[in-house]
Design a protein around this ligand. Structure first.
Ligand SMILES: [Zn+2]
Length: 85
């Protein structure tokens, strides 16, 4: 089991905000919210529409916050009829 140091600083995940698509329901701006805690090891990444408040959450204990963020963005950005990025 690897024991890598982990940086949960939100600013360490660059430019992710720019690739989040608008809300599929209302077209509103969606924002990425990261919650992480080095003590509990529990973390999740959430995308929420600032307009209609729909949200999508990916949580993990074993995976990094970075993984959560990438996963939730990939899921959020996926649209019917398109291939996953
Ligand atoms: Zn919306």
């Amino acid at each position: 089991m690897k024991n890598q140091p982990e940086n949960l600083n939100e600013t360490e995940i660059p430019a992710l905000h720019t690739i989040i698509r608008p809300c599929p329901f209302c077209g509103g701006d969606a924002e990425l919210i990261l919650r992480g805690n080095t003590f509990t090891k529990k973390r999740n990444a959430e995308i929420r529409c600032g307009n209609c408040n729909v949200e999508m959450v990916v949580g993990a204990i074993r995976n990094s916050l970075d993984w959560c963020a990438k996963t939730v963005i990939a899921k959020w950005n996926k649209r019917v009829g398109e291939h996953c990025i």
